[in-house]
Design a protein around this ligand. Structure first.
Ligand code: COA
Length: 157
């Protein structure tokens, strides 16, 4: 069974993340979407809220599992009996940072591959921060997040 791990903050999950999850679920037998719990970022949503939102947004994809982790990503990937990390790559701005992380992970665990999937055109400039800023200023987030979690995000702000 080919299992891939898609890690991130998902604060909150956006249509850009969902696009990567839907596409990678067609390539792997199982995709584990996993939230980093010990991030230095100050999240707007608790881990539980983020798990619940991802579960709702991916309810239509049977081979997706939602989880959380702390510590090193490569240790978690091994724990899950996987050897693939999926990352979405947007525009050019992500490249240098992602390149560095992929290298660090390769050094720590040579058996693990990082696979980059190019974000679809519509989502090249989307981020969770943009969603939070718009929601905070009462701008429409309809095009940016899954419909089933839109209200929960709006209520938070
Ligand atoms: N569509 C839209 N937005 C996307 C996206 C996509 N496909 N992919 C990423 N983003 C956005 C996110 O929404 C987020 O936006 P924000 O900054 O506004 O919140 C931003 O890109 C960064 O994504 P994030 O989910 O925070 O991930 P990251 O690239 O910072 O990496 C981990 C997160 C968990 C993979 C990484 O921190 C990690 O591996 N940590 C574990 C510790 C470790 O092992 N370190 C050694 C590795 S060097």
């Amino acid at each position: 069974m080919r299992t891939a791990v898609y890690p991130g903050s998902f604060d909150p999950i956006t249509n850009g993340h969902l696009d990567i999850i839907e596409r990678s679920s067609k390539v792997f037998d199982k995709v584990i979407v996993s939230i980093l719990t010990n991030s230095s970022k100050k999240p707007a949503f608790t881990v539980e809220e983020r798990i619940e939102m991802i579960k709702k947004a991916t309810a239509h994809i049977p081979n997706v599992e939602v989880d959380s982790f702390d510590g090193l990503l490569v240790n978690y990937v091994h724990e899950k009996k996987s050897n693939v990390i999926i990352k979405g790559l947007r525009a050019i701005s992500d490249f240098e940072y992602e390149f560095q992380m992929a290298h660090a992970n390769k050094m720590l665990a040579p058996d693990i591959e990082t696979l980059f999937m190019m974000s679809s055109n519509n989502y090249q400039y989307l981020s969770s921060s943009l969603v939070k800023e718009l929601a905070n200023l009462n701008g429409s987030i309809s095009e940016l997040v899954p419909e089933c979690i839109k209200q929960q995000i709006e209520e938070k702000f």
